[in-house]
Write a protein that binds this ligand. Structure first.
Ligand SMILES: Cc1cc2nc3c(=O)[nH]c(=O)nc-3n(C[C@H](O)[C@H](O)[C@H](O)COP(=O)(O)OP(=O)(O)OC[C@H]3O[C@@H](n4cnc5c(N)ncnc54)[C@H](O)[C@@H]3O)c2cc1C
Length: 406
């Protein structure tokens, strides 16, 4: 027998929370839909923050995922800005920091993640920035004038995007990465090398294996970077791009099973049958780790929202992430390649390049494509169909990959 559901609460109004709310109403849920958000601005997407918004080419209002009218039509019982501070899974109640208590039949945790700042004291330095909200991007954008110097601590995707945007604004950029290579968690060494060369060609000073950096106020209003007591440089601004902290605390305190993120099945269900999770805060059910991407947040949330209403729409998407740097659109499809995979390099002209990884049976395992969205689209079909791919033809720029259709 189907459970009667009249009250759904969503905590978090980012990409995942927004798509869950939209899907619930689209699927005909007409009960009370409460959304709790600690940000005043809701239902907006973050990818343009380190790109167009930081560059000054996009207004924050354009980030909103749905029109004002569409959001009004969702008839949401808003609680914002307000923070959910506790969940009582036995009595099905969420408590907010303003004392409000919200009863639920089903609850979705879409609390996402936040920028990780490894040294807490850095947060009190006005020249230190993270990029997570439109306000962050606007504040940093104001500092990035031609001739200024920016230091970036961390060579992950956000650090690299900020570097590219800053260079386009005529800012001198020095990037420091603790590890031996860039984006080491998501790509193999040959792609890290490609990224390093791309940024060096654009004038970014990239220092790998950089050791511990310390920050102190400089004479010119900026921050001086030190290593082992040695002065390295003075920067007008320092961006910390040291990865994200997954916001699992609410779920953990409520006794839910937690790994890197909240553990969910392929319907977004946590270890409590009435609590779901989606987006950055949840693991990918098959892979067991958090994907932290726009598409994952959207599609996992859609699947979880349907499951809350008793529909089965299992979430099994392959990870897909993109990044824009200079004139390169970089797309990553699939899981980071294993050491037993075989690399096929496909270069078409000067602008298109793909690193294609095949498993031992010549089936696609993952791909990183630069300026080749069509190949990635095809790659999604190859992955779904388990297509066996001829490596020599894939590598040949004269062969149209469409001819290798699944
Ligand atoms: C600068 C930047 C650039 C990016 N670029 C790309 C890209 O190019 N491609 C790509 O695929 N992905 C990109 N991403 C990643 C993508 O934006 C995230 O994966 C996505 O935003 C995750 O959505 P979410 O809803 O799960 O979490 P979030 O967007 O983090 O939203 C969670 C919301 O919940 C709120 N919240 C948390 N705890 C509570 C609480 N207790 N009570 C109330 N509210 C709470 C948070 O404040 C936040 O508003 C980028 C991310 C950033 C920051």
């Amino acid at each position: 027998m189907k459970q009667l559901i009249s009250r759904i609460v969503i905590i978090g109004a980012g990409q995942a929370g927004a798509w869950a709310a939209h899907t619930l109403r689209q699927q005909g849920f007409d009960g009370t839909l409460s959304v709790v958000s600690d940000e005043e601005r809701v239902f907006y997407e973050r990818p343009p923050l380190s790109k167009q918004v930081l560059a000054g080419d996009m207004a924050p209002a354009a980030l909103q995922l749905f029109s004002d009218e569409a959001i009004d039509a969702m008839h949401i019982d808003w609680h914002k800005p307000a923070r959910a501070t506790a969940i009582d899974p036995r009595d099905h109640v969420v408590t907010l920091d303003n004392g409000t208590e919200l009863a639920y039949d089903k609850l979705l945790l879409a609390t996402g993640s936040r920028a990780r700042v490894p040294v807490r004291e850095w947060l009190s330095l006005p020249q230190v920035y993270t990029v997570r909200t439109p306000e962050d991007a606007a504040r940093l954008g104001e500092r990035l004038a031609p001739g200024k110097r920016l230091a970036i601590l961390g060579g992950g995707w956000i650090g690299l995007e900020v570097a590219a945007t800053a260079r386009a604004k005529g800012v001198a950029v020095s990037l420091f990465e603790l590890g031996e290579r860039l984006c080491a968690r998501s790509v193999r060494p040959e792609v890290s090398d490609y990224l390093r060369d791309l940024h060096r060609e654009q004038g970014v000073e990239v220092e790998l294996d950089c050791g511990a950096i310390e920050l102190a106020a400089g004479d010119g209003g900026g921050l001086v970077l030190y290593r082992d007591g040695q002065r390295l440089l003075e920067a007008d601004a320092v961006v910390v791009g040291a990865g994200a902290e997954i916001a699992t605390e609410l779920g953990r305190d409520a006794g839910l099973e937690v790994a890197q993120g909240l553990v969910v099945d392929d319907h977004g269900r946590t270890s409590d049958p009435d609590i779901y999770a989606a987006g950055d805060v949840a693991i990918h059910p098959r892979l067991g780790f958090c994907i932290q991407s726009w598409a994952n947040a959207q599609n996992q949330a859609i699947s979880a929202a349907k499951a809350m209403l008793g529909e089965t729409s299992p979430y099994r998407d392959e990870p897909w992430i993109w990044s824009d740097q200079y004139d390169c659109n970089i797309q990553i499809l699939g899981t980071p390649a294993g050491h037993d995979s075989r690399l096929v390099r496909r270069q078409v002209g000067d602008k298109q390049l793909a690193f294609i990884y095949l498993d031992q049976d010549d089936r696609l395992q993952s791909m990183i494509a630069v300026n080749d969205a069509r190949l990635v689209k095809l790659g999604k079909r190859w992955l779904r169909a388990g297509t066996v791919l001829p490596a020599d033809q894939l590598a040949d720029p004269a062969v149209n990959p469409m001819a290798l259709k699944p």
